[in-house]
Design a protein around this ligand. Structure first.
Ligand code: LCV
Length: 259
């Protein structure tokens, strides 16, 4: 059963996540279908993509499929992980990708939204980044995304509290481009897409590539990178990491011990 639906209208492509039973969690299967959708759109000369969920969802995406995370002692967010693969595909797709959001967005799906070129959300949408809730270490490129988009202060608050922020708060910190009434979300987003499609595709595409290259963050010394990896290993080797994953599966609150 397909976990996403694909639509095209001229040079506009739409990828719709359609796995509400699992709250559109970014399972390996769903990510594979999304990446294949982007590959197809690139062949079909699609010059703007809208990434959305089904109309009226309460949860846009619940983030990484927690059941696919390693139980312990392995990096849960390594370079070749499905989440990282999807975020790079979105950022390397040669034309703008607009996240059209309604409902709540969790964890890696929040990183997916900010990795898109723009976010247009309905009133009532919320965004949360949740590694601390699960006892996970986030990865360096993901933290760079949040610093670039939100600035360190708001990004720190979101990571430390793991609490959702409202659409209005997200707009106030320039995380989202527009907040609109739910009934207008689709037409508003398509109007924005139409104004992009009216411009020179080569120019838009090269400007996107320039942003991608310039936003990669300042290069860090190899030793700093190794220190980060060592710190992350302390977390994913911890008992708290195991407890975070287990508590989700057992549908109970985690009891963290700080080790
Ligand atoms: C697998 C799920 C999931 C899910 N995975 O519905 O950012 S990081 O570093 O943390 C990164 C590693 C990451 O993205 O981690 C995941 C972060 N996501 C979350 O913490 C959200 C976890 N999900 C929830 O809190 C709730 O499911 C929400 C609030 C999203 C929706 O609650 P609701 O009561 O509407 P259920 O919890 O009943 O979920 C419905 C079904 O979807 C599965 C969940 O296990 C359940 O499946 P079963 O019916 O088989 O029990 N599901 C939800 N989220 N991330 N599976």
């Amino acid at each position: 059963m397909a976990l996403i639906q694909k639509f095209t209208e001229g040079h506009l492509g739409v990828l719709m996540m359609s796995n509400p039973a699992k709250r559109n969690c970014l399972s390996g299967e769903l990510v594979k279908e999304l990446v294949a959708g982007f590959d197809e759109f690139e062949q079909q000369e699609i010059h703007t993509v809208i990434l959305r969920a089904e109309p009226g969802v309460k949860v846009w995406s619940a983030g990484h499929d927690i059941r696919e995370l390693p139980e312990s002692r392995r990096d849960p967010l390594n370079y070749h992980d499905s989440l990282g693969t999807l975020l790079r595909r979105v950022q390397d797709f040669p034309y703008p990708v607009i996240a059209m959001v309604e409902g709540s967005v969790w964890g890696g799906a929040c990183d997916l939204c900010i990795s898109c070129d723009m976010i247009i959300c309905a009133e009532g949408a919320t965004f949360a980044i949740t590694p601390a809730k699960l006892g996970l270490p986030y990865n360096a490129s993901g933290i760079v995304h949040f610093i670039n988009v939100l600035g360190p202060k708001i990004a720190k608050e979101m990571f430390y509290t793991a609490q959702p922020i409202s659409a209005e708060q997200a707009f106030n910190v320039s995380m989202v481009n527009h907040v609109v009434p739910p009934a207008e979300l689709e037409s508003f987003t398509k109007d924005i897409a139409a104004s992009i499609l009216a411009n020179a595709p080569l120019s838009v595409s090269v400007i996107k590539r320039q942003f991608r290259l310039l936003l990669k963050g300042t290069p860090i010394p190899a030793e700093t990178f190794e220190e980060i990896q060592g710190l992350r290993r302390k977390v994913y080797d911890s008992d708290d990491y195991k407890e975070g994953i287990l508590s989700f599966k057992e549908k109970r609150a985690p009891v963290f011990k700080g080790r």
